[in-house]
Design a protein around this ligand. Structure first.
Ligand code: SF4
Ligand code: SF4
Length: 224
């Protein structure tokens, strides 16, 4: 049906609007409505308070809360093995890192640097979801301020938090995150300090992964 633009649809401002309720004399002075509003406000003064006097009063969020992501420090060192999965999963590309290796160390891999740009982070928790080492978790920290853009890039110095301070979240993850994958994927703490060499007996070598690749390349060269 075509619209008649000459005669627009009836509205409250139109003189033709005949369904409008007529106000009585009391309603026309608005005072009863004003007192009704004031009475409602007065009643609310005796209701339990939902607000807090922040920052003097602070909210302690439950374990399900997703505050800023932090790195787990286990016995004085990071759990992270710099696999890069969190950086790959992070939607706004907030995470960057550089992996390094130490052949003498049982853990072998660690991040040379690990940074999260908190101006980019959207607190989605995907980094925590994908981490195979339970090395990055969402903390309870929601009190985040910076003065400059550079200040918003958190390095290992500000990211690393002892696991003892994250027990609530770690317990929550154990109970809820692993459920969907079953026992097989349960995070075993002792797995974090492992060596690829120790796990794969077939290699039977004391070389690091990088050294093995180099040795393989050398072998190929001599074979040709
Ligand atoms: S919480 Fe989300 S946005 Fe923030 S670092 Fe982790 S994956 Fe990236
Ligand atoms: S925090 Fe976890 S997912 Fe990210 S690089 Fe470290 S071990 Fe891998």
């Amino acid at each position: 049906m075509s619209q008649n633009l000459e005669k627009p649809v009836l509205n409250a401002l139109s003189k033709d609007y005949d369904k409008e309720r007529k106000l009585n004399a009391l309603e026309r002075i608005y005072l009863p409505e004003i007192f009704k509003g004031m009475w409602y406000t007065f009643k609310q003064m005796f209701q339990p308070k939902a607000t807090m006097m922040y920052p003097e009063e602070r909210w302690d969020p439950p374990a399900i809360f997703r505050g800023r992501p932090v790195l787990v420090k286990d016995n004085g060192r990071e759990r992270c093995v710099a696999c890069g999965l969190c950086a790959r999963a992070c939607p706004p590309l907030a995470i960057s890192m550089q992996a390094n290796e130490d052949a003498q160390d049982e853990k072998e891999r660690f991040p040379d640097f690990f940074e999260i740009n908190m101006l980019r982070c959207i607190y989605c928790g995907l980094c925590e979801e994908v981490c195979p080492e339970e090395a990055i978790v969402m903390s309870k920290d929601y009190d985040i301020t910076f003065k400059t853009r550079e200040d918003a890039v958190y390095g290992k110095d500000r990211l690393l938090i002892p696991k003892e301070d994250l027990t609530e979240r770690l317990d929550y993850l154990r109970e809820n995150k692993n459920k969907q994958f079953g026992k097989f994927w349960d995070f075993q703490e002792e797995n974090n300090i492992h060596s690829v060499r120790n796990r794969d007996k077939r290699w039977e070598t004391s070389l690091s992964l990088v050294e093995m690749l180099e040795a393989k390349r050398e072998q190929e060269k001599t074979a040709n």
